[in-house]
Ligand binder design. Structure first.
Ligand code: SF4
Length: 404
């Protein structure tokens, strides 16, 4: 059931006139990977047409509840596997976003794809649909690791996918990689990263493997069928990657993300700045109007709820909203610190913080900031930005708990 939104006092400072980013969740995959805990389903392809219609309907209904909207900054198609969508459906969804909210002409439109899943025609049509950035789920260049993860592609599919995407005109490509894998040695990790670098991506996201409850990999770990990765080795992998990518000309702009100049993911930077974004689709999350919310996770339930909705609900909710959490001022300040500190160069701008909340980070979190500074985990720049120090990158959670 939807909770009816009761705007908290802080909501007055996050109005529906603020610039927005849009997240569109596509909860379909051909098969499930063994580490994956995302809201996604295999074997539901038959539901895709009804899902796409429901998505467009939800976007229109939420758009109608918003008053005037200046240009949308970005659309991020995540999943699941967005490339499970027939490409005309992608164009229809982008068009619906444009009509409902009005896209900034420079809007970044990101789309996740698995290696080997899309051909030249698919990429060419994605470009025509307005998609400007691809994020490719490479994960590893080692066959044994891809098998452990039950990925359907081989290492060779990655350069082939990159080549097809470049030929179609994509000027911004990301590769996702995972480290800290059971049985992975430093040289196996080095092989994966060097292999990725030979593809000349514009952006790299490197994630430490996490064993999520309910996944096959978590079960195998509990049963002793796979070894627990050594956290010190995973830290060495991260440090080596950071040095290697810096030497290769990539900016380390977020804890897990590196980009060539001008290629940081604008959508994610917006979210890390704790600015509002809308989430559409089953199991999507959003934050707008002073409320964090989540939609119902089951695609069938999502379609049924949206089809039963006839009128817009208070912005930013839809009939698919399953949970809402009003964000009070103190929590919004903490979120701004925790998310903003993830941005390693930019950090938290004290002047912007004051302009938004009416007090400085030091007035809000003085003792915590003093402790962290004394421990050498944060620093303050001459222009008033608070940032993590390099030694804090691997223990960032120790920093973040100070603001909770
Ligand atoms: S393709 Fe991605 S979303 Fe789908 S199961 Fe694998 S990791 Fe999860």
């Amino acid at each position: 059931m939807n909770e009816i939104l009761v705007a908290p006092s802080f909501a007055a400072t996050t109005t529906s006139r603020e610039r927005l980013a849009l997240y569109v969740h596509i909860p379909f995959c051909r098969t499930r990977c063994t580490y994956c805990a995302f809201n996604t389903y295999a074997g539901l392809r038959a539901r895709i047409p009804a899902y796409v219609q429901a998505l467009q309907r939800e976007i229109r209904l939420v758009g109608a509840a918003a008053d005037h909207r200046p240009g949308i900054l970005s659309i991020y198609f995540g999943g699941g596997t967005p490339s499970q969508l027939p490409v005309p459906a992608v164009g229809q969804i982008v068009e619906t976003c444009q009509q409902a909210f009005s896209l900034n002409p420079e809007a970044e439109i990101s789309f996740e794809v698995n290696p080997g899943d899309a051909d030249a025609a698919y990429f060419a049509q994605l470009r025509r649909a307005g998609v400007s950035r691809l994020s490719i789920g490479m994960q590893s260049a080692n066959e044994s690791e891809l098998r452990l993860f039950a990925r359907r592609h081989t290492p060779n599919d990655v350069p082939q996918t990159v080549r097809l995407a470049r030929q179609a005109g994509f000027a911004s490509l990301n590769l996702d990689l995972i480290y800290g894998i059971p049985g992975q040695t430093l040289s196996m990790w080095q092989h994966s990263l060097y292999y990725a670098l030979r593809c000349e991506p514009d952006h790299l996201s490197l994630y430490s493997l996490s064993f999520e409850e309910g996944t096959p990999l978590h079960t195998w770990l509990r049963q002793g069928r796979v070894p627990l990765p050594d956290p010190d080795l995973a830290a060495d992998m991260y440090d080596w990657a950071a040095d290697t990518l810096q030497a290769a000309g990539y900016e380390h702009y977020e804890i897990s993300n590196w980009a060539r100049p001008g290629h940081a993911c604008q959508h994610n930077v917006h979210v890390w700045r704790n600015l509002p974004y809308l989430g559409f689709g089953a199991g999507a999350h959003g934050y707008a109007g002073g409320v964090r919310y989540e939609t119902v996770t089951n695609p069938g339930a999502y379609i049924a709820r949206i089809n039963a909705q006839s009128e817009p609900l208070p912005f930013p909710l839809s009939a698919a909203t399953a949970e809402t959490l009003p964000v009070e001022r103190r929590e919004a300040m903490a979120d701004t610190m925790i998310l903003g500190l993830r941005l390693l160069e930019e950090g938290v701008d004290s002047a912007a913080f004051r302009a938004h909340f009416g007090c400085s980070p030091h007035e809000a979190f003085g003792p915590a900031l003093q402790r962290l500074q004394a421990q050498g985990l944060i620093e303050e720049t001459a222009d008033g930005r608070i940032r993590l120090t390099r030694r804090a990158y691997l223990v960032a959670n120790r920093v973040f708990v100070e603001f909770v």
